[in-house]
Design a protein around this ligand. Structure first.
Ligand SMILES: C[C@H](N)C(=O)N[C@@H](CCCCN)C(=O)O
Length: 473
């Protein structure tokens, strides 16, 4: 009889505990749509600040030339130094491993702090405070006299910014999975990208306005740096909710031990042909877009004789297009599939627009919106496709690896664009000719198209179902 009582008691206890756990899961923060989407807005703000800073100096290329004597190559160097930590120290891959070990809060805070430090150092390098013999000016003047002390300090800042920025994107991708898995995941990814691109849109429009401030043109760089600093503070708010969620679901974090990165995973990825093609498409496609975008405002200024404000505005039409189209195409891919085909169409549009830029004087307004369609088609189809080829537990390593390869292009092509510009224009020329630079971007697009075609062909063999709707695989 006592053992019977004990049995009934244990059954009741187990049932009760199960009920309590179910209750905890039911009422956890992620189950509340308002909180879930508020978290997306919070980390979206961090992403927007990241993208804002990345693009904030692009419409100011001519200002940097006027103020500091930057050549096109110097500007290209400045843009590309962002990628050095990710290419040469494999920071995006390492960041993924650190993320698996330390968790979202500590990794996120650490890398967003690097981003902030880098942004502040960059703004300091361009400031009058620094130029009037401020801290580090004498040191930066003491070596490599071919490069100005301003450029050297700004390069150091952008290097630190890049070290934090790419890994913070990986962290935020994990955060989205943590809050939206099993819910509106694809839509959340689309909205996340849209928010990120809002940062680029603002940068191209606000920077040209801020350089006219009474306090001087460096208001534009300080504003960008403080935007990133505010993102660090916003991330602190996110961390409180993240901690609360972890306590509610009684997990230390989203990732289990078995999800930790192993180097053998990389070998497996490298043997996967579809993954190789999508990575090469990522490298070539993004190299034809981001470095182009960095030079685009200066291209419009020179080719069409526009003002800094107008050329910045036209550049911003590309992110505007993507803010609208990326969630739409994401929804399309979820519902109807055709991801491999969409990547082909996106690459085809990219090549066409770059060739039009190189050889015609057609209005850039329409062309930039069309380019926005291409820049929505490929990302909306590409990132979810990786999830079909790679085991879900390895998605962080896969994205980290793709980011590092992609950064090789984001490092090399801004420098090459600057070198081609300087090489094809006589020194001191008042109007830069961009024909060869645009041809270089068009060639990258052709390679992207080739990899997209190979990817579609390979899909028939591998059977990953890239052409099928998301829930059918
Ligand atoms: C620049 C960065 N490495 C990048 O590739 N950004 C993508 C979004 C990546 C999302 C991965 N889940 C972009 O299209 O901006």
């Amino acid at each position: 009889m006592p053992s019977e009582k004990a049995f009934v008691f244990s059954v009741l206890l187990i049932t009760n505990t199960k009920l309590m756990n179910t209750e905890a899961l039911k009422t956890s923060l992620r189950d509340n749509p308002f909180t879930r989407w508020a978290m997306l807005l919070t980390v979206g703000f961090v992403l927007a600040a990241n993208y804002y800073f990345y693009d904030a100096l692009s419409p100011l290329k001519s200002t940097l030339t006027k103020e500091f004597g930057f050549t096109s190559t110097d500007f290209g160097l400045f843009v590309s130094v962002y990628s050095i930590p990710n290419v040469f120290f494999l920071m995006a891959v390492m960041g993924g491993i650190i993320l698996d070990k330390l968790g979202i809060r500590r990794t996120g805070f650490m890398f967003i702090a690097f981003m902030t430090l880098g942004a502040l150092v960059t703004a300091y390098g361009a400031s009058d405070m620094y130029r009037n013999n401020g801290l580090g000016y004498a040191f930066m003047s003491s070596f490599m006299p071919g490069y100005s002390p301003e450029l050297k300090m700004m390069l150091l800042g952008r290097f630190l910014f890049g070290l934090g920025a790419e890994t913070s994107i990986v962290v935020i991708s994990k955060i989205i999975v943590k809050w939206f898995k099993g819910k509106e995941l694809a839509l959340a990814f689309g909205v996340k990208l849209g928010l990120a691109r809002t940062g680029s849109f603002l940068a191209f429009n606000l920077s040209p306005i801020l350089i006219e401030a009474e306090a001087g043109w460096t208001v534009a760089t300080w504003f960008a740096a403080f935007f990133v600093t505010s993102a660090l503070l916003v991330f602190l708010i996110y961390m409180m909710f993240d901690l609360k969620l972890d306590r509610q679901v009684e997990h230390g974090g989203l990732l289990s031990k078995s999800e930790e990165f192993q180097f053998s995973d990389l070998t497996k990825l490298l043997m996967n042909r579809s993954f190789i093609y999508v990575t090469l498409l990522c490298l070539t496609f993004y190299s034809a877009v981001f470095p182009f975008l960095s030079f685009s405002a200066d291209f419009f200024l020179n080719k069409f004789g526009m003002s800094i404000k107008e050329s910045g505005f036209i550049s911003s039409l590309l992110p505007v297009g993507t803010m609208i189209f990326t969630p739409l195409f994401g929804f399309f891919v979820d519902k109807y599939g055709k991801a491999a085909s969409l990547m082909i169409y996106g690459s085809l549009i990219l090549v066409t627009v770059h060739l039009i830029f190189a050889f015609t004087g057609l209005t850039p307004y329409v062309m930039m919106v069309i380019l926005g369609v291409a820049f929505s088609l490929v990302p909306a189809a590409m990132w979810p496709s990786v999830a079909k080829m790679v085991d879900e537990t390895r998605i962080g390593s896969a994205y980290g690896f793709m980011f590092s390869v992609q950064n090789l292009g984001l490092w090399a092509f801004p420098i090459l664009a600057g070198v081609v510009l300087d090489g094809t224009n006589p020194e001191g020329t008042s109007q830069l000719d961009y024909t060869y630079t645009m041809l270089m971007f068009a060639c990258l697009g052709v390679f992207g198209l080739l990899f997209a075609l190979l990817l579609k062909r390979e899909d028939k063999v591998s059977g990953y179902g890239l052409e099928l709707p998301s829930n059918s695989k």
